[in-house]
Design a protein around this ligand. Structure first.
Ligand code: SIB
Ligand code: ZN
Length: 439
């Protein structure tokens, strides 16, 4: 059998326990065959085709970045310190209008390299030129749920309809690409940037095709108020009315949600992707994460785009989620370490409907190996605490997805990091220059 063995380390199990264990991976199936004490799995480790050393390290599920716009790495640091609406309209959208498919590919490569280097093995992406993003995911070896973000406001009817059609077409065409590592979703940008009729039609078509739905919802009060003013309904009630809530759907943000909206999300099984850094940076607000979890909502974690974060490191997101979750609840016991670790792993995989998120027999072989031999991770009282509060993406030694090693001893094997950086820096300079000429 073609096996990859991760030996000598400890493993974080689905129930939150950490135990001394080797992990045996069936590379052909892309799944974990066994997790066990070294003597229990000695036969498999002796016969391994390939070994990854995890001495002094912790094996964790690959992290899941459940909401991002990966090519926005090109706009990292381009426009900071503004609220959402002004930031999008004055800075981001004018530059995005100049992005070519080549630029999107360059930005996606950069983002994917950053994610592999920080232990992320799966992500959800809303952008455009999605075929290029898919090509990068295919080459890089991660998993993703991808979609074309459709916007209808400010467009004539034909252009608006075409954008919605594009989102549906992309979802149909790319589903199952990269040997099944790529899945898709219909992605209307938000409940306010896509008009009601377009949203209704698109959602009906997505349901018919069996495609999940991903959008931005309840991110800022500026987004909530117009929906309440126009229809007398809260945004999630409006979404329910349109038929956009369901167990395969996942919404980004969910910052300004009231009790009735939380109940609707919980009852329908709609997941929420909490993006704490983006919410803090754009001063969007504090999501009621503890209340949502208490109500039974699946809450995952996302970085959002690198222009509002400004990195794609899920370790930062875990820490931010724990911190701002306590502030929001005015309770230091809210959103504890084990909750954010679960949000970044199993809940993320569940929200996206992708395999992974668990170091367990039969689960997808998506994992990261975190080096514990570092001053900032000394001493060890509680490794789950370290993951949430003390570790960072730089501590990841190896990254594995679908049974394949994507990074070994910090060396990314699937993409040439220096070439990716060079190409991305060039693309970013080019697009900003074109936007300045156009503006
Ligand atoms: N087809 C659309 C693009 C939609 S992609 C998704 C969009 O979400 C934008 N975006 C990034 N972060 C956020 C956020 O926090 N809230 C809302 N939109 C965001 C991003 O800049 C990108 O334009 C068009 O032609 O304009
Ligand atoms: Zn977003």
């Amino acid at each position: 059998m073609n096996t990859l063995c991760v030996t000598g380390g400890r493993a974080l199990r689905p129930d939150g326990r950490v135990e001394r264990a080797d992990v045996v991976i069936d590379r052909d199936a892309g799944t974990i065959r066994a997790v066990g004490a070294p003597n229990e799995v000695a036969d498999a480790t002796d016969a391994a085709t390939e070994t990854l050393d995890a001495e002094g390290s912790l094996v964790i599920p690959g992290l899941v970045n459940a909401h991002t716009h990966v090519a926005m790495t090109l706009l990292r640091g381009y426009a900071d310190d503004k609220p959402l609406d002004a930031w999008l309209r004055e800075d981001i959208w004018p530059v995005e209008a100049e992005l070519t498919p080549d630029d999107v590919e360059a930005g996606a490569e950069l983002g994917v390299v950053e994610m592999i280097r920080s232990g992320t093995t799966a992500f959800a992406d809303m952008y455009f030129a999605v075929d290029r993003v898919a090509d990068v995911v295919d080459r890089a070896g991660l998993r993703a749920r991808l979609g074309h973000g459709a916007v209808t406001v400010g467009k004539d009817d034909a252009a608006a309809a075409a954008d919605v059609e594009e989102s549906l077409a992309v979802a149909a065409e790319l589903d199952g690409a990269a040997d099944g590592r790529i899945r898709t979703a219909f992605m209307p940008h938000s409940l306010t940037t896509v008009g009601e009729e377009f949203l209704r039609e698109g959602v009906d078509e997505a349901r018919e095709a069996g495609v999940p739905i991903h959008l931005h919802a309840n991110e800022t009060t500026d987004e909530v108020d117009p929906i309440v003013d126009e229809g007398g309904q809260r945004p999630i009630e409006y979404a329910d009315d349109i038929g956009v809530l369901g167990p395969e759907d996942f919404f980004a943000h969910g910052v300004h949600v009231d009790g009735a909206e939380i109940d609707l999300l919980a009852e329908s099984g709609t997941a929420v992707v909490h993006c704490p850094a983006s919410n803090m940076k754009l001063a969007s607000g504090m999501a009621p994460v503890q209340r949502m979890r208490d109500a039974g909502v699946t809450v995952a974690l996302g970085t959002d785009g690198a222009a509002s974060n400004n990195d794609l490191d899920l370790f930062d997101e875990m820490r931010d989620a724990a911190m701002v979750g306590k502030l929001a609840a005015e309770d230091a016991s809210a959103v504890p370490a084990e909750a954010v670790v679960e949000m970044a792993t199993a809940a993320g995989a569940d929200a996206l409907g992708l395999p992974g998120g668990r170091i367990a027999e039969g689960a997808a072989a998506d994992l990261a190996v975190v080096d514990l031999d570092a001053p900032h991770l000394t001493p060890v009282h509680d490794l789950v605490s370290h993951l949430a509060y003390a570790a960072s993406g730089h501590d990841v030694r190896h990254t594995v997805c679908d049974g394949e090693v994507l990074m070994r001893d910090r060396d990314v094997l699937t993409l040439d990091v220096e070439a990716v950086r060079e190409r991305a820096a060039e693309a970013a300079a080019g697009v900003v220059a074109r936007a300045e000429d156009a503006g």
